[in-house]
Design a protein around this ligand. Structure first.
Ligand code: AMP
Ligand code: MG
Length: 417
């Protein structure tokens, strides 16, 4: 089955092709109050209910005037004052100026605002101090420059974060339509697994993938649904897969390698699975499988990913392959996974492995204020089962298939969580 495995890029293409199908998603819509909309996906276009900004406003504390008059350095008589929140005033008579505060509407007739610091005030007049001049439009944001009333500002599919919340609030959306979160079944497999609350007997381990994947699903905008772990036998797997049939996406951890008790692929095949790939030239995560199961009701299929059980493998392959599928099912227009460039810090050991693209736990110093790409270094690790390396990393360093050795100081790609 793994005679000619796809490269990372080829496997990613297959996932992107699935995620890009218009009929691979189409989530239901629900309305939530704006205060609960962060982290959701917008399901309606956001439309400007009025011009933005709704009136020409001053960006400074100072004096509204006509630029040509002020630039001639004549004293302008002060004829009024406007603070933020006051109704627009005017028209401004020739030879006059109007005291104005930041955020206040500019009186009609005025075309510039002189900064407080740039004028000389005396006897009810202000004069722009030479040699300074002022241009029309200076220190004013004109009504409607950002958007006109009725204009579509954001399309459905936008992930809602603080910026989108601010825009929705400014346009009067006390509640917004968002897509219902896809329900993601998480099925762990393995005879050795016991629940977190149990004390493992010799030979057993706690199931750490289920809570890890649940956290990753929630962060990626899905609703995690942890199923009871399945044992490594056909009957247990068949029963668990039957239970998962109503999910929007199925994640299976473990049981996809080539071992005698790796029975997930045959169980999926018994249900009529169509496999898009069964393994990829990556490390960790080589045995990952991706495909679709037919649904009893016909029509749309149930996409699934079989992730290798080692925790680092499960985490990396979730980010590489499950997150893009989940984003599409969630109705998001965001394309995943996210990569960035960073500069490789020494020491660099031999991290290449012929014919495999590697994604190794690494720590990137995102906070440094150097104006340079951030520095990234490998986290010491002892293979894909190394939970400590996972917990001490904040990204994965991508080592291309053909990179024979990475040099300290070179620019490298990192996979962001
Ligand atoms: P598998 O992919 O089933 O061959 O498992 C590979 C390794 O990952 C084995 O050492 C398993 O014990 C471990 N493993 C599998 N499932 C989990 C899980 N849910 N939590 C933690 N480790 C696991
Ligand atoms: Mg197993």
């Amino acid at each position: 089955m793994n005679t000619e495995l796809p490269s990372y890029e080829e496997a990613a293409e297959l996932v992107a092709a699935y995620a890009g199908q218009p009929d691979s998603h189409g989530p239901a819509v629900e309305r939530v109050e704006l205060g609960f909309a962060a982290g959701r996906i917008l399901a309606q276009p956001l439309v400007a209910d009025r011009d933005q900004p709704p009136f020409s406003r001053s960006t400074r504390d100072g004096f509204a005037c006509r630029a040509a008059e002020a630039s001639a350095h004549k004293p302008l008589s002060l004829v009024g004052a406007t603070r933020a929140g006051a109704a627009p005033s005017g028209p401004l008579a020739p030879g006059t100026a109007w005291e104005i505060m930041t955020g206040a509407p500019v009186p009609s007739g005025a075309d510039a605002v002189l900064m407080l610091e740039h004028v000389e005030a005396a006897g009810g007049t202000v004069r722009l101090l030479p040699p300074r001049t002022v241009k029309p439009g200076e220190n004013i944001v004109a009504q409607g420059v950002q958007a006109r009333q009725g204009e579509e500002l954001l399309a459905a599919g936008a992930p809602i974060r603080f910026g989108q919340i601010a825009l929705a609030a400014a346009c009067g959306y006390a509640a917004v339509d968002v897509y219902v979160r896809p329900r993601v079944a998480i099925l762990s497999t393995g005879d050795e697994l016991v629940p977190v609350s149990s004390s493992p007997a010799p030979g057993q381990i706690r199931n750490s993938n289920a809570p890890m994947l649940a956290a990753m699903v929630a962060e990626a905008g899905g609703e995690p649904w942890i199923l009871p772990a399945a044992a490594d036998n056909a009957a247990s797997l068949d029963a668990a897969l039957a239970l998962a049939a109503t999910a929007d996406l199925l994640l299976i951890s473990g049981g996809v390698s080539a071992g005698k008790f790796d029975l997930v692929e045959p169980a999926l095949a018994r249900l009529g699975a169509r496999f898009h790939f069964t393994g990829a030239r990556i490390q960790p995560g080589k045995p990952t499988v991706f495909g679709e199961l037919p649904r009893a009701a016909g029509g749309q299929t149930l996409p699934f990913l079989g992730l290798p059980g080692n925790p680092v493998s499960s985490a990396v392959t979730f980010l590489l392959f499950a997150a893009p599928v989940l984003a599409a099912l969630a109705g998001s227009w965001e394309s995943l996974p996210r990569f960035a460039l960073a500069r490789l810090a020494p020491p660099v050991e031999r991290h290449s492995k012929a014919g495999l693209t590697r994604f190794l736990p690494a720590f990137c110093n995102f906070g440094a204020l150097t104006g340079e790409p951030p520095q990234v270094s490998f986290v010491p690790w002892h293979g894909s089962g190394d939970l400590l390396a996972l917990a001490r990393s904040n990204c994965f360093l991508m080592v291309p298939e053909d990179a024979h050795s990475l040099k300290p100081g070179s620019l490298v790609r990192i996979l962001l969580p």
